[in-house]
Design a protein around this ligand. Sequence first.
Ligand SMILES: [Zn+2]
Ligand SMILES: [Zn+2]
Ligand SMILES: [Zn+2]
Length: 196
Amino acid sequence: MGTEHKTCSRCGEAKPRSAFTRHAQKSDGLRPECRECRSAGRKESDAKYRSTDLAKQTRRRWHKHRYETDEGYREKVRARSRAGALRRRQRNLSIIELEAARRGNRCEICGVGPFQRGGEFSWHHRWGEGKSYDIGRTTTHSEARLRAELARCALVCNKPTADGVSCHTLMHRRMRAFAAERQLEERAVAARGSRV
Ligand SMILES: [Zn+2]
Ligand SMILES: [Zn+2]
Ligand SMILES: [Zn+2]
């Protein structure tokens, strides 16, 4: 065993002295683990630290502080979020257009077409399926959520036809009538219950 080589305490390989970093307090003046193992170990512990809540809080605080005090940073963050919103919007509009095309680009009730985004057509949430969000707000929706929401909607015309009412209006009238009918039924059941 000469002074030329040293065995790494981590990987167990014998390596030249130059493969180790200096450490004044050690008898041979070198760290026990080789440079390679040292950097691998550091990466591991860095990754472990980054995933802790403390690290996340620190990052959030730092981000907030920088956002409030550094105008260049603020502008950069805003530009990035604008770009993201624009990208999402373009993607979502094309998903909506493809879905309309899949349904023949026409009103599902009266067949009026072709579909054009905004104005003449609506994505109507069928009854009982509830509306969890507005399809028109295309800058925020994720692809999965938008697709799920479209699946729950009927594509209907929104412009009054010859008889002065659009199919969308009629669908809402039917929903209101349905709700009123349910209310009447519930009243009747409650009345029967109180008589017992
Ligand atoms: Zn090593
Ligand atoms: Zn229609
Ligand atoms: Zn509707």
